[in-house]
Design a protein around this ligand. Sequence first.
Ligand SMILES: [Zn+2]
Length: 104
Amino acid sequence: MGFAGNIVLVAMRDICASEELTTDYALFDDSDGTLECRCGTPSCRSTVSGRDWQRPDTQRKYGSYFSSCLLRRLSRKPGTGATPGESFPGRRLHACTREDGRRA
Ligand SMILES: [Zn+2]
C-alpha cells in the first residue's frame, strides 16, 4: 500500500520558532480505537476516539483542516460546513514572543 497525496501538514495559526508542534487525531483518524490523552491543554477531550472527526465541536474547531479523506466524508453530511478547498474561517493570528521580548 502507498499514499496518493494528502501528506501536507500546515500550521493552523502562527507558530513560534521554538514551539512544539502537535496535531489532533480527530483530523485524520477514523478507527474504532480510543486512547487517553494527557496533553494538558484546556480544550483536551481526555479520551481521544477514532471517531472524533464526527463530533460537531471538532468540526467547528477545525473547519477545513481535516485530512482530505475525512473532508470528503464531511462534505457529504449536510450542515457540517466542511468543504474541501475552503479556507478556514476562524483562522486567527497568534502573536509569538521570544525570550528577549521581541516578536518572533
Ligand atoms: Zn489532549
